[in-house]
Ligand binder design. Structure first.
Ligand SMILES: Nc1ncnc2c1ncn2[C@@H]1O[C@H](COP(=O)(O)OP(=O)(O)OP(=O)(O)O)[C@@H](O)[C@H]1O
Ligand SMILES: [Mg+2]
Length: 250
């Protein structure tokens, strides 16, 4: 097992609010790592550290380091390039007000791909990889808003895949979806981990248990426990993890 991401002594403050406290975890390559924990514990913030999305929030202060393939992403790197390597899918599907085709082509265009044939090929591949192609191939020029919620979420995944990232971050990607769309999304994540390193924030314990290989349990900004998912769910080391899993709080 190779570690794709190594987080060392990571601390984060939003102004006076001390949000992430001495986080030390390593995220394995081409597996699914889940981050779970009670609301407000810092899951989304931790996820956003991995593509430096918190930089956009005023008053953010960060110490420590995050290495991706051995290189510190907080030290002298191109953030535009980082966000190409580390794609993100959000809680609510957020397609652009453009056609299905243009949503997926967008990332390619901003990264300088001009050849129309190459763009078309890559759009098709991304839509196929996102398990959406068959449903949209005859209406690529329709608005993305004409799709169902589950389809929009897969479109957002296709948009992320089009630029060929190495890591994909998912922040509660199924919380706005019905059970069938959720099942399709989980199936898709299972397929994607063959080629990508995946980190997913989820509130849904069953979902974490189903799809992740490793699980980090976060509380009040601290990692309580980080282990193989099976271990966390069958024999947690920490009482707080056990309490959370048995519904005593959270
Ligand atoms: N943009 C922001 N500006 C200031 N504080 C923020 C911002 N986003 C989050 N916070 C604060 O950081 C802490 C962690 O929030 P975060 O969104 O990471 O929690 P979470 O675990 O993802 O919660 P949830 O499960 O409800 O999504 C909270 O105290 C929150 O108020
Ligand atoms: Mg969150």
């Amino acid at each position: 097992m190779v570690n794709k991401v190594i987080i060392k002594k990571l601390n984060l403050w939003f102004k006076e609010n001390y949000v992430l406290k001495n986080i030390n975890i390593s995220i394995p390559e081409k597996l699914v790592t889940a981050i779970m924990g009670p609301s407000g514990c810092g899951k989304s913030t931790l996820l956003r550290c991995l593509n430096r999305m918190n930089d956009l929030i005023e008053g953010t202060k960060i110490s420590g380091s995050i290495l991706i393939d051995g290189r510190d992403i907080y030290n002298n790197i191109d953030v535009f390039d980082l966000r190409k390597r580390v794609g993100m899918v959000f809680q609510k599907p957020n397609p652009f007000p453009k056609s299905i085709f243009e949503n997926v082509a967008y990332g390619l265009k901003i990264h300088g791909v001009k050849d129309r044939r190459i763009i078309s090929e890559k759009v098709e591949k991304a839509l196929r990889d996102a398990n959406l192609w068959e449903e949209v191939k005859n209406r690529l020029s329709s608005s993305a808003f004409d799709l169902s919620g589950g389809q929009q979420q897969r479109l957002c995944i296709a948009r992320a895949l089009a630029v060929e990232p190495e890591i994909i971050l998912f922040d509660e990607p199924a919380s706005a979806l019905d059970p069938i769309s959720t099942a399709k999304l989980e199936e898709l994540i299972e397929k994607l981990k063959k080629n990508y390193t995946i980190v997913i924030v989820t509130h849904n314990l069953q979902q974490a248990a189903r799809i992740s290989d490793w699980t980090a349990f976060l509380m009040l900004g601290e990692i309580v426990e980080f282990d193989k998912t099976e271990k966390i769910f069958t024999a947690p080391r920490d009482k707080r993890t056990e309490n959370y899993l048995t519904g005593k709080f959270g």
